[in-house]
Design a protein around this ligand. Structure first.
Ligand SMILES: Nc1ncnc2c1ncn2[C@@H]1O[C@H](COP(=O)(O)OP(=O)(O)OP(=O)(O)O)[C@@H](O)[C@H]1O
Ligand SMILES: [Mg+2]
Length: 335
């Protein structure tokens, strides 16, 4: 069953000369129980799309159904069916974990109190925060607050959970943790998960991924199928004279060469990289300082489709602000 259906969705911000088409005719659908990811660079239109699906923003044109309800005409029904974890943190620091969840449960009319209590216990245990339920969030780390937001999004048994950049700015171990909850959730509650991310490794957890750029979906498939679009191995080499070596690779092998973003060395793609490397090094007229091979990633797919990298090496100011917002405040107690 299709739990999300999006038909030619458009969102224009502003008017006249300053109008910006943030979402530009997007079409897709999500099956119930699926983990569906939106992958794209800053400003691609990910949050805008999520906000429309969650009824927080009206589309300029097009149509979207969530759990069978129209996001414009049946907002209350849509809101009952969904849980939402915003891109920017929204927990109340002054309240305890338990109070944050109870407040949400009351807003959502989860009755009676015994049901609220039971649900709170389940979701807190799921994200391993049950022992900390009486502590105020001031004493929580960034990762713990994020886990609590996920728990809160689940309190009212939503059929679809929207996660906007669920692990932005968190350390790899915490990201891994959060992902194990998300995967477990799907098993336990048969919930559909719609997430946005710009982490390639994170996108790999999704059943299907839409790659979005400038408000348009430029590819949509399983991670494996997307990667097979760039079936070849990526060779990265650093030599004593990269300029000259790059020229040789271009001329002799007729391959496209790309300078590495850090300015050292370059990369190109070949079939059968493992056999290619020893021959290449042996025959190279320029001294090879280092050479490596890797299988294509979703980053390569984005590069292939757009000619750009999804995120530059440096983190944008916007990301940095968000990361700071996630930092532990004081009295950080490690788990
Ligand atoms: N309220 C708004 N008014 C005007 N323009 C907006 C508004 N919100 C977003 N935009 C613009 O719309 C475009 C899409 O923004 P959106 O937040 O959807 O991108 P995103 O893919 O979520 O990016 P990020 O990775 O930074 O979260 C951007 O160019 C952004 O500047
Ligand atoms: Mg966003």
């Amino acid at each position: 069953m299709k739990i999300i259906e999006v038909d030619n969705l458009v969102k224009v911000y502003g008017k006249g000369k300053r109008a910006l088409k943030a979402v530009d005719g997007v079409n897709f659908s999500v099956e119930e129980g699926e983990i569906f990811g939106f992958l794209g660079p800053n400003g691609a239109g990910k949050t805008t799309t999520i906000n429309i699906l969650c009824t927080l923003l009206l589309p300029t044109s097009g149509r979207a159904l969530v759990a069978g309800h129209d996001v414009v005409r049946q907002q209350a029904a849509v809101r009952k069916s969904i849980g939402l974890v915003f891109q920017d943190p929204t927990v109340d620091e002054q309240l305890t974990a338990e109070e944050n969840l109870l407040f949400h449960a009351i807003l959502y009319n989860i009755e009676p109190a015994s049901k609220r209590r039971a649900r709170m216990e389940t979701v807190l245990k799921m994200v391993e925060l049950y022992e900390r339920r009486k502590d105020t969030l001031k004493t929580f780390s960034g990762g713990m607050k994020r886990r609590l937001e996920i728990a809160r999004g689940l309190m009212h048994y939503p059929r679809v959970l929207f996660l906007d950049e669920p692990t932005l700015g968190l350390d790899p171990q915490t990201r891994h943790h959060i992902w194990s909850y998300i995967l477990e959730l799907r098993e336990r509650e048969n919930i559909t998960i719609f997430l946005t991310t710009h982490y390639m490794d994170e996108a790999e957890f999704a059943d299907r991924i839409a790659i979005i750029d400038h408000g348009k979906i430029i590819a949509l498939d399983t991670p494996d199928a997307l990667k097979s679009m760039v079936a070849r191995d990526v060779i990265t080499v650093h030599t004593a004279d990269d300029e000259r070596m790059a020229e040789i690779v271009r001329e002799q092998f007729g391959l496209d060469v790309r300078r590495n973003p850090d300015g050292r060395g370059f990369s190109f793609k070949v079939d059968g990289g493992a056999e290619f490397i020893p021959k290449f090094v042996e025959q190279s007229p320029v001294h090879v300082l280092s050479i490596s091979l890797r299988r294509p990633t979703l980053d390569d797919v984005f590069l292939e489709l757009t000619g750009r990298q999804i995120r530059d090496e440096e983190v944008t100011d916007k990301d940095r602000m968000r990361q700071r917002a996630r930092m532990p405040v004081r009295g950080h107690i490690a788990r």
